[in-house]
Design a protein around this ligand. Structure first.
Ligand code: PEP
Length: 253
């Protein structure tokens, strides 16, 4: 099943990135096709302030640009927010929704995440829907239940491989340098795949499931080789071209 799904190597710049970082982005864009051997799609999600310039910087390359969040509404009195339509208007192709930092910092619930995913579709873009357990939930052996609940609540019924990507990001692995074992990743991704099929039918078979959480060039080969891992969502290591391209190399074969 995994073999037929084209992988996605996606970066999340979080609240990082100024005009001066566009040179780094250009280096990633110029090197991505060669690094990945043309065997994976590449994406960098930037802060809203950079999207339009990032789109111009990667023009003509294999790298796409996404946003990191959006409001559920198209327009309105929501000071400081941006809509999926605004992100689309800047030339982006994807939007991350439900990242654990949004769930924690902005108290986003599964229901809100599902509304945002639908807003992303309304804007004509692909939603990257993030799920993942906290350290406490993992210690309490609740990982698989939490993932099932998050899928039930955050992934809308009409999700499919064209409009959605699911990213499994154990919260305790984000930015910590810690990663689950390959066996743990395999168990979580198999469980996510089963729940997606239960929920979406055949569409659940082809939705990409990314692994995210301290992916770097030195662990990418092992993590990306796991069954049902269809790419990576990368935070810290997506800020430097050498690291991002080093991860993409895992697909060169
Ligand atoms: C992320 O925030 O999506 C992430 C995976 O971060 P890092 O790679 O830095 O752990």
């Amino acid at each position: 099943m995994t073999a037929s799904i084209r992988p996605l190597v996606a970066g999340n710049w979080k609240m990082n990135g100024l005009s001066s970082d566009l040179a780094e982005l250009k280096e990633m864009a110029a090197g991505f096709e060669d690094a990945s051997g043309g065997a994976a799609d590449g994406l960098i999600c930037t802060p809203a302030t950079l999207i339009e310039r990032a789109v111009r910087a990667v023009d003509g390359t294999a790298l796409a640009i996404g946003g990191e969040d959006c409001h559920a509404n198209e327009t309105g009195a929501h000071t400081g927010d941006v809509s999926a339509e605004m992100i689309a208007d800047c030339g982006a192709s994807h939007v991350i929704v439900g990242h654990s930092e949004r769930r924690t910092d902005h108290a986003e619930t599964d229901e809100m995440v599902a509304e945002k995913a639908k807003a992303v579709w309304r804007g004509g873009l692909v939603a990257i829907i993030c799920i993942g357990e906290t350290e406490a939930q993992r210690k309490a052996n609740e990982t698989l239940d939490v993932l099932a609940q998050q899928i039930a609540g955050s992934v809308p019924d009409s999700a499919n491989a064209e409009n959605s990507v699911v990213a499994y990001e154990p919260v305790w692995a984000i930015g910590t340098g810690l990663t689950p074992t390959a066996n743990d990743v395999a168990e979580a991704h198999a469980h996510i795949r089963e729940r997606l099929i239960e929920r979406l039918g055949d569409n659940g078979k082809t939705v990409r499931i990314l692994y995210g959480g301290s992916v770097k060039p030195s662990n990418a080969d092992e993590l990306m080789a796991v069954e049902n891992v269809n790419g990576a969502l990368i935070g810290g290591a997506s800020l430097k071209a050498a690291d991002f391209l080093g991860i993409a190399k895992t697909y060169r074969g």
